[in-house]
Design a protein. Structure first.
Length: 171
């Protein structure tokens, strides 16, 4: 999965939420064997005031976001709400991972976004839920823990968790 580097701060959502959006869309694309150009593993997200994104779309509307395939960078307005940022970020991530013919690029991209959006949302929701709790778990691994007695495996690791049974049809 790509590393997400955000330049600037969004106004209506957190940087963590934005990173989770881009990471979720990136994960779905990579799971289905689409890679970033040159297999580089970083997506740069530049947040700009909405008026800084100049230009018109093919349909004559103002540009909302931009994807730069060669630089693995997307530009987004910093002042969009949660739902709009979610949709536009997925749209621009798809542009980074998949090249469609120029005469159908936006139609194919927006149709793919519509189809992937519910799945990307599930991953996003999992990432943003308890984000700081997980961050604390990971941060604590930097602290030198000493095991009681000899080094051993934690039995908690082997407890079952609720997993979807959907995959059974592919076995």
């Amino acid at each position: 999965m790509a590393t997400i580097k955000v330049k600037g701060s969004p106004n209506q959502i957190s940087k963590e939420e934005l990173r989770a959006m881009v990471s979720s869309a990136s994960l779905v694309m990579e799971f289905h064997n689409h890679k970033l150009k040159d297999n580089k593993n970083t997506i740069k997200v530049h947040l700009k005031p909405g008026k800084k994104l100049k230009g018109k779309t093919k349909t004559g509307k103002d540009v909302i976001g931009r994807a730069y395939w060669k630089g693995r960078m997307i530009e987004l307005p910093k002042d969009m709400g949660l739902q709009k940022t979610f949709t536009v970020s997925i749209h621009e991530v798809v542009h980074l991972y998949k090249r469609f013919p120029p005469d159908t690029s936006e139609k194919c991209t927006s149709t793919l976004v519509a189809r992937l959006k519910p799945d990307v949302a599930q991953i996003y929701n999992s990432l943003v839920k308890d984000i700081y709790k997980r961050a604390a778990y990971i941060a604590h691994t930097k602290i030198s823990y000493t095991a009681d007695g000899e080094d051993h495996y934690d039995s908690e690791e082997h407890k079952d968790v609720n997993l979807s049974k959907e995959g059974v049809q592919y076995r």
